[in-house]
Design a protein around this ligand. Sequence first.
Ligand code: PEP
Length: 254
Amino acid sequence: MRKPFMVANWKMHGTHFDTMQWIQALSYQMEPSDYDRVDVGVAPPFTSLRTAQIVIGADDLPIHLVAQNLHWADKGAYTGEVSAAMLSKLSVSYVIVGHSERRQMFGEDDRTVNRKVRAALAADLLPIVAIGEQLEERDAGQAEEVINRQLSGALARIPAEQVGRIVIAYEPVWAIGTGRTAEPAEAQKMIRHIRSRIRSRHPEAAEEVRILYGGSMNPGNVAALMAKPDIDGGLIGGASLDPHSLAGCVKYWT
Ligand code: PEP
């Protein structure tokens, strides 16, 4: 049984002071039993990770710390970059890899994504690999082809026993930050397709891999999305900036 996972992706929002207040505000909204039902992750900017680690640690909150990116090398002359080992030392347990904003604006391709996935796993960080088609690709009937290419790129040369630990986020690019959510049936269809692709090479891992939906998820649409059998959670951008909204997504059954 896959445990649902809701991840707040703040992107480039919030200072470390905001982080402190946000985590406290979220924790006031949550009951211990909520964390039993759903894993909760928070991905603040790098500059807030240390603060988040302290606030989460001080109250022993069961919130997973997530980084938004990493570099594939352990260390070296890579000005402005951050390694998996550096993140691990801050109690980061997951890292987002291949977000469409990084693919589109920072030139990340499938090979880069694969290097980052392997670096994360080698450091015992669990990658949340984002994949998704652009609107023109969907309109041209290429959505599955794009997903297949991004998925096999990300999973290339990953040992079979590691595949089940990876989280995939299906994020149709046209739904990110646009307020336009994929219809639950469409999201389910694409996510089932992703799971069946994984199953064809890694039958056991396919049942373990958590596949999240991302793209304008909010408290108003989360229940319909989570009712679908293959959708295991959400990668939530805009709505996660308000701790009340994130709590609304986490408690999707209420
Ligand atoms: C995201 O950041 O991955 C995302 C899905 O953003 P939004 O929820 O704002 O569409």
